[in-house]
Design a protein around this ligand. Structure first.
Ligand SMILES: C[S@@+](CC[C@H](N)C(=O)[O-])C[C@H]1O[C@@H](n2cnc3c(N)ncnc32)[C@H](O)[C@@H]1O
Length: 250
């Protein structure tokens, strides 16, 4: 894949682009060039009402003792209707770049689960299921409530998918990384496990610190990661460069 964005970095078989994925990158995808999509978009969650959702991500997702440890991130302030419209748009554009039968998986939380499944179908993908990610008992307990211990991968395919290949588990258990490179950091091991049935090149339009890029590098899968925020883009570049150096030294 070739792109001419001002900030495009090549690290091994990973291409990292600093840009808005929906408006800049997805429209430039060559149809049928993407083997699979795995991504962790901003959830625009963290409250019942529009007023709650437009607060900074650290106010919504972190308890006070952890605030200011990581940079804020962009794109997390949509109300329910605009989140549905935006999600349907990016998934639709991603689908046009995907091969027939390719998988698209997008993370979400319990509040945005219904609207994310709506968006996936709006985009013309075939909705195939929901894969729970159990974050373990390490997440914050809440008195008198069920612990919010799970997030979800909503997944579908670009049309018919042949019934061949590996069988992947329907649920995963992995704790949130202790040393967080991003406020919404996800474990590399989880991404590696999820990629077991996803082909490359893998598109990740909301890469953050790019645990998916690191998992792709481990598995030898070509990766295309996009991040709008320069601080998180730099973190992702440093992470994949460090991984490449470790590989070269081994
Ligand atoms: C939930 S975070 C991903 C965190 C990632 N899983 C990690 O472990 O570091 C979503 C990321 O998407 C980025 N983002 C939001 N809207 C975007 C857009 N339109 N184009 C590109 N990146 C965007 C945010 O800045 C944020 O870093």
């Amino acid at each position: 894949m070739r792109f001419s964005f001002p900030e495009t970095v090549q690290i091994g078989s990973a291409t990292l682009i600093r840009a808005d994925s929906l408006f800049d990158v997805l429209a430039a995808l060559v149809p049928g060039s993407i083997g699979g999509v795995l991504t962790d978009p901003p959830y625009s969650s963290g409250g019942l009402h529009a007023g709650d959702r437009i607060r900074a991500p650290s106010q919504k997702y972190q308890s006070s003792e952890y605030r200011h440890l990581q940079a804020e991130f962009v794109g997390d302030n949509r109300d329910q209707r605009s989140f549905l419209a935006w999600s349907g748009l990016w998934m639709h554009r991603a689908r046009l770049g995907m091969r027939p039968g390719a998988i698209l998986g997008a993370f979400t939380d319990w509040r945005q689960l219904p609207v994310t499944t709506d968006a996936l179908q709006t985009a013309g993908l075939v909705w195939r299921g929901i894969v729970p990610w159990d974050k373990t008992e390490a997440v914050r307990p809440q008195l008198g409530r069920y612990r919010n211990q799970a997030e979800f991968l909503v997944w579908g395919t670009n049309g018919h998918r042949a019934s061949v290949g590996r069988i992947a588990p329907g649920a995963y258990r992995a704790s949130v990384p202790r040393a967080k490179l991003h406020m919404a950091a996800k474990p590399v091991s989880l991404m590696r496990d999820l990629l077991a049935i996803i082909d490359g090149p893998v598109l990740d339009p909301f890469m953050g610190s790019s645990p998916i890029g690191e998992a792709c590098a481990e598995l030898g899968l070509p990766y295309l990661g996009v991040e709008a925020d320069p601080r998180h883009f730099d973190t992702a570049c440093r992470r994949l460069e460090a991984f490449a150096e470790r590989g070269a030294a081994a």
